[in-house]
Design a protein around this ligand. Structure first.
Ligand SMILES: Cc1cc2nc3c(=O)[nH]c(=O)nc-3n(C[C@H](O)[C@H](O)[C@H](O)COP(=O)(O)O)c2cc1C
Length: 322
């Protein structure tokens, strides 16, 4: 029987991961989350191994608590990135865009816990078979690249299909969402959008403000036609992008070159430059629930407090029913 308690498995205080977020999940944010008792995770995207080494070093200077590194398996430098991670005493790796099966033996030899992010039952089963220690399922409510299923539908199906801990990501905006995830069998939650507006997040104030002002219906999905859908806040960029997508949809040979050009560097424009008109403001449907900038510690403690409160209320409601 594997260890289902994610806090014991990872030696962290609270079962809350800060999701990897390109340009956002840097050493400042990841170390603040880890110091607050969650699991901070640095994003590495297409980084070279030298850049990844610098990022890891910076987090290690800011915290002595466990933290994770997210590997994008389509990174052309992935082999060297894996080597650096193994050499630098990293304890947890999360992976996206494929199966880390090829690297599993190496990770295990270095005592690294491997947690792939998946969006379907079939992939979850494959990862468990390949030797993953836990799984993050991500519903299409999430900010960033998404799959097709919602967290509510996907989570219990994966929980039933695998015998390793399942972490829920996508639309977990507060302790009520966390309690719901636990009710569906989760062993922890991963949060993205809410950490973008954390005080320790270096995301541009314009981007943070856009999330704080967002309403429930303010995200859209771009990129369906490319096969890589992304959830972002609606703006001038998405208006243009979706217009071209509509024009090209149904064509035998759709011209995706204009979309490629629009998407190039778009996340950086939003996160680093604060361009809320022409930048890609990746954010989840839960943005409408986020109203203030708080420290990572305040965010994490509020999840735990609210989750405890909801569970106690539910116990009182259901405890004596039959
Ligand atoms: C701005 C932004 C950038 C993201 N970039 C990445 C990424 O580079 N790699 C990744 O695996 N997930 C990425 N994600 C997804 C998050 O890691 C996380 O799973 C997701 O945000 C959770 O859903 P939530 O936004 O509803 O909290 C990103 C999310 C956001 C909001």
């Amino acid at each position: 029987m594997c260890e289902k308690n994610i806090c014991k498995l990872l030696n962290i205080k609270y079962p809350i991961f800060q999701g990897a977020m390109a340009w956002v999940a840097d050493a400042s944010l990841a170390s603040a989350v880890s110091n607050a008792g969650g699991l901070g995770i640095i994003g590495t995207g297409h980084d070279s191994s030298d850049i990844v080494a610098l990022k890891i070093k910076e987090v290690q200077e800011k915290t002595n608590k466990p933290f994770g590194v997210n590997i994008m398996l389509l990174n052309p430098h992935v082999d060297e990135v894996v080597d650096v991670i193994c050499q630098m005493n990293v304890k947890v790796v999360t992976t996206g865009a494929g199966s880390p099966g090829k690297y599993m033996a190496k990770f295990k030899a270095h005592g690294i816990t491997v947690i792939p992010v998946v969006a379907s039952v079939a992939l979850a089963k494959k990862m468990a078979k390949d030797g993953a220690d836990a799984i993050i399922i991500e519903g299409m409510e999430a900010g960033g690249h998404i799959g097709k299923l919602t967290t509510m539908a996907l989570l219990p199906q994966v929980v039933d299909a695998v015998d390793i801990p399942v972490i829920a990501a996508g639309g977990i905006g507060d302790g009520r969402g966390m309690a719901a995830a636990y009710a569906l069998g989760a062993s922890g939650v991963q949060v993205g959008t809410r950490f973008v507006v954390a005080k320790e997040s270096n995301a541009h104030p314009n981007f943070k403000q856009a999330i704080l002002k967002a309403k429930d219906i303010d995200t859209v999905i771009t990129g369906q036609i490319t096969g890589h859908p992304v959830r972002v806040l609606r703006n001038k960029l998405t208006q243009t992008y979706l217009h071209i997508e509509r024009q090209e949809t149904g064509k035998e040979n759709p011209d995706l070159s204009k979309l490629d050009a629009l998407g190039k560097g778009a996340l950086r424009r939003a996160v680093v430059e604060g361009d809320t008109k022409h930048g890609s403001m990746m954010a989840g449907q839960i943005a409408g629930l986020i109203h203030k900038e708080e420290t990572c510690q305040e965010i994490i403690e509020s999840y735990i407090r609210e989750c405890q409160h909801v569970c106690q209320q539910q116990y009182q409601l259901w405890g004596n029913y039959l």
